[in-house]
Design a protein around this ligand. Sequence first.
Ligand SMILES: N[C@@H](CCC(=O)N[C@@H](CS)C(=O)NCC(=O)O)C(=O)O
Length: 220
Amino acid sequence: MAEVKLLGAWGSPFSRRVEMALKLKGIDYEYIEEDLANKSPLLLKYNPIHKKVPVLLHNGKAIVESLVILEYIDETWKTNPILPEHPYDKAMARFWAKFIDEKCMPATWQIMFRKEDEREKAIEEAIQNLKVLENELKDKKFFGGDKIGLVDIVANFIGFWLGAAQEAAGVELVNKESFPVLCKWIDEYVNCKVIKENLPPRDKLIAFLQPRFMASTWKY
Ligand SMILES: N[C@@H](CCC(=O)N[C@@H](CS)C(=O)NCC(=O)O)C(=O)O
């Protein structure tokens, strides 16, 4: 039987993405928690370029970068596909995953670190990006349609981490008035079994984030 291992960190939305995909497909794997303050020789060996989690080990071969790993998983294990079949739909899913990673996540994350006087501009930028997502979702249940797909998995930061980060930083960006569609998606999302079971404990995450938001030098 194939051997699957995952190097991850409990509070990382990136390694949680991989866990969600593996669980969704029913793949057995061994989880190895990394201490990112004291990286293991295993992490440095298998991800020498970025030195980050997640790292997926499949029969001894390493795959890194969560978006790359998610596609690898989908191509390797065909049950419960997370990417659409049609090339155009597939391209669109990749586009939105990239948009979330490159625009939405950095913009929303910045807010938690900005000083009060710089926050307004940062908030404006984050809102613009989140509005784009709100519009993309429209009346769909999930980004993937009726079921969780690649984009929903990639958006786990918005589905869960953002709420905890807002609480930890004392900022309110997303609520039912400003983002009704996104909030409806968040409700559906966090109540979906495979997602719920692969989220970190909210209180632990808030306690982890709070002191880091105070220290301006910390980056995720
Ligand atoms: N683009 C990477 C980002 C992964 C990432 O930023 N991982 C963080 C944990 S949330 C990490 O390992 N940080 C360790 C470091 O920066 O030294 C991915 O999608 O996998």
